[in-house]
Design a protein around this ligand. Structure first.
Ligand code: NAD
Length: 509
C-alpha cells in the first residue's frame, strides 16, 4: 500500500494544474458546491452553482448558437473538434492527473480517459466528412428518394462522476460535428475536470471562430439537471448515471416528447468455462473487477464459474487480490485508488453485510485500509464473496469493488444466470470452445449491449457503439452509427418528371 498525499500539497498541485489548463480562480467563498478529492477526502474549495433560471439563459444562448452553427458545413465544424483534440494532446498529462485527483482513478486510467477523448475527436473529424444519407429505390418513374441527416438542436448532457471527462467528449465531439450545441451538467462530484474541459473547448472555439455557446456548463445538483431536461428547447437529453437517475429523467423528457439517450447502471458478468485459459482469465477478471476500485459502469460484478474449476479459480483470484497495491492513485504502481466518498463506502459495507446474510462466504477483502476512521478518504481492499445460487444482492449494482462468485453446471444455466438481472450493459465469456463463444454471442446468448469473448466486460474502445439494454437504458454513444442520435433524419422525394404518379397506385383525378 502506498502513502496518501498531504492535502495541502495536493491542493497546491491541483491549482497549478488548473492554471495550466486555463482555469483561474475556480473557487468562491459561499459557493454552494463543494469540490473534494477522494485521495485525501479533503476539501479543495467551493464553487458557485447555476440556478434553474440561469439554466434557461444557457438554453437561450445555445438555441441562438444553433441557428448559426447548423449552417456551417460539417467538415468546417470538424475543425473545432480537431482543435480540441490538439489541445487535449498538449494537456494530456495535466488533464489525466486532474481526473485522478477528482475521481480517484489511478494515473494510467486518468491518462487513458484523456486518450479516449483524443480518440473520439479523431473519430469526429473523420465523421465530419461522412454524415451520409442513403438513396432509396422509388416505385414512381422520374422520381428520386433520399434521406439527409440534419442538425437536431440543443443537446442537454448529464454525466456521472466516474468518467468525468470521457462521457462529455463522447457526446460533445459528435454533437458539435453534427451541428448541435451542448449544455453539460457534470456530476457535482467532479466539477474541476468539467471546468477544465470547458476552458479547453472555449479555447478551441476561439481559435476556429465557432460561437462561444457551442459548449456551455450548467453546474449544480439534481435540480439543475431537472431544469435542463425539462426545457422543451433541449432537443436531445443524453444522460449517464444510475438507473435511479434515469427513472427520474426519462418520464420528464417523455412527457414533452423529447429525444432521450440513456446510459445507466450495469451489473456485468463473466462466465468462465472449464476450457478457459486461466492465466489470461485471472488477469481479465482482476482488471475488470478491482480496477477503478469497481467504479466503472462496466466493472465486473458477477463471476459465473463452472463448478469443476471454481475452487482453483477462486484460490488464484484470492492470491492476486491479496497483493493488489492500494493507495494514492497519483503514485506510480498503485492499482486500486479510493472510493469516491463516504456514501460509496457505506454502500460497499452494507452490500457485503447483506451478501453474508444471504449465505455468502467472504473469500478476501472488505476492509477499510490506509486512512483512519475519522478521515474522509475511503480506501478499501477489493472483496470477493462466494454466493449461493439464490441470492438477491447479486442482482443489484453496488458501485464498489465487490465480486460475487456463482457456479454453474450447464452452459444454458450460465447464460440464464448472466441474463437474470434487470441491467444489460456488458458481459463476457472466457472459453476455448468455439461453440460456447458463438452461443454466447448469438440471439440466445448474452442480452447485453456489449458481449466479449476472452476479455473482461470493461475497457471498451471508441470505434464500437457503447451502451446497454434493459434498465441500462438502450442508448448508444461513441462509435459505429451512434452519431445518428445527434441528427434528425429528413426523407426527401424529388419528382423530376412531367407527370404526377401517386405511390401505391392511388388514382386521384
Ligand atoms: P448518479 O445517478 O448519482 O448521478 C449522475 C448524474 O445525474 C449527476 O450529474 C447527477 O447530478 C445527475 N442527477 C441525479 N439525479 C438527477 C435528477 N433527478 N435529474 C437530473 N439529473 C440528476 O450517478 P453517479 O453516482 O454519478 O455515477 C454512477 C452511476 O452511473 C452508476 O450506476 C454507473 O453504472 C452509471 N454509469 C453508467 C455509464 C454508462 O455508460 N452506462 C457510465 C458511467 C456511469
Amino acid at each position: 500500500m502506498t502513502a496518501v498525499l498531504n492535502h495541502d500539497e495536493l491542493r497546491t498541485r491541483t491549482l497549478a494544474i488548473l492554471d495550466r489548463l486555463g482555469v483561474r480562480d475556480p473557487f468562491t467563498d459561499g459557493g454552494e458546491l463543494i469540490s473534494r478529492s477522494p485521495i485525501t477526502g479533503g476539501e479543495l474549495g467551493w464553487i458557485t452553482a447555476h440556478t434553474p433560471a440561469q439554466v434557461g439563459e444557457l438554453v437561450e444562448r445555445a438555441s441562438a448558437a444553433f441557428e448559426q452553427w447548423r449552417l456551417v458545413p460539417a467538415p468546417v465544424r470538424g475543425q473545432l473538434v480537431r482543435e480540441l483534440g490538439n489541445l487535449l494532446r498538449e494537456h494530456k498529462t495535466d488533464l489525466g492527473a486532474l481526473v485522478s485527483i477528482e475521481a480517484g482513478k489511478i494515473i494510467s486510467e486518468g491518462l487513458g480517459e484523456v486518450q479516449e477523448m483524443i480518440d473520439i475527436c479523431d473519430l469526429g473529424i473523420g465523421l465530419s466528412r461522412q454524415l451520409y444519407g442513403q438513396t432509396i429505390a422509388t416505385e414512381r418513374p422520374g422520381h428520386r428518394m433520399m434521406e439527409q441527416w440534419h442538425p437536431l438542436g440543443v443537446v442537454g448532457l448529464i454525466s456521472a462522476f466516474n468518467f468525468p471527462v470521457a462521457v462529455w467528449s463522447w457526446n460533445t465531439a459528435l454533437a458539435v460535428v453534427c451541428g448541435d450545441p451542448v449544455i453539460w451538467k457534470p456530476s457535482e462530484k467532479t466539477l474541476l475536470t468539467a471546468l477544465a474541459c470547458q476552458a479547453l473547448m472555449a479555447e478551441a472555439a476561439r481559435r476556429v471562430g465557432a460561437p462561444e455557446a457551442v459548449s456551455q456548463l450548467a453546474l449544480g445538483r439534481a435540480e439543475v439537471g431537472q431544469a435542463l431536461v425539462s426545457d422543451p428547447r433541449v432537443a436531445l437529453v443524453s444522460a449517464t448515471g444510475s438507473v435511479r437517475m434515469g427513472k427520474t429523467v426519462a418520464p420528464i423528457v417523455a412527457g414533452r416528447l423529447g429525444r432521450l439517450l440513456l446510459e445507466l447502471g450495469g451489473n456485468n458478468a463473466a462466465i468462465v468455462a472449464p476450457s478457459a485459459e486461466l492465466d489470461l482469465t485471472v488477469r481479465g477478471i482482476v482488471f475488470s473487477a478491482a480496477g477503478t476500485a469497481g467504479q466503472r459502469c462496466t466493472s465486473l460484478r458477477r463471476l459465473i464459474v463452472h463448478s469443476s474449476i471454481a475452487d482453483e479459480l477462486v484460490a488464484r483470484l484470492k492470491k492476486a487480490y491479496a497483493s493488489l497495491p492500494i493507495g494514492s492513485p497519483l503514485q506510480e504502481g498503485t492499482l486500486v485508488g479510493p472510493l469516491i466518498d463516504g456514501t460509496a463506502y457505506e454502500g460497499f459495507t452494507k452490500a457485503l453485510a447483506t451478501a453474508q446474510g444471504e449465505g455468502g462466504e467472504l473469500i478476501v477483502g472488505g476492509e477499510r485500509v490506509l486512512a483512519d476512521e475519522a478521515s474522509d478518504a475511503f480506501y478499501v481492499q477489493p472483496a470477493i464473496v462466494r454466493m449461493p445460487a439464490q441470492s438477491d444482492i447479486v442482482k443489484a449494482e453496488t458501485f464498489a469493488p465487490i465480486l460475487y462468485v456463482l457456479t454453474y453446471d450447464t452452459f444454458d444455466e450460465a447464460i440464464a444466470l448472466q441474463n437474470g438481472v434487470t441491467q444489460g450493459l456488458s458481459s463476457s465469456v472466457f472459453t476455448q470452445s468455439i461453440r460456447e463463444a458463438e452461443e454466447f454471442l448469438s440471439p440466445a446468448g448474452s442480452d447485453c449491449g456489449i458481449a466479449n469473448v476472452n476479455i473482461g466486460p470493461s475497457g471498451a474502445e471508441i470505434g464500437g457503439a457503447f451502451g446497454g439494454e434493459k434498465e441500462t437504458g438502450g442508448g448508444r454513444e461513441s462509435g459505429s452509427d451512434s452519431w445518428k442520435a445527434y441528427l434528425r433524419r429528413s426523407t426527401n422525394t424529388v419528382n423530376y418528371s412531367t407527370e404526377l404518379p401517386l405511390a401505391q397506385g392511388v388514382e386521384f383525378v
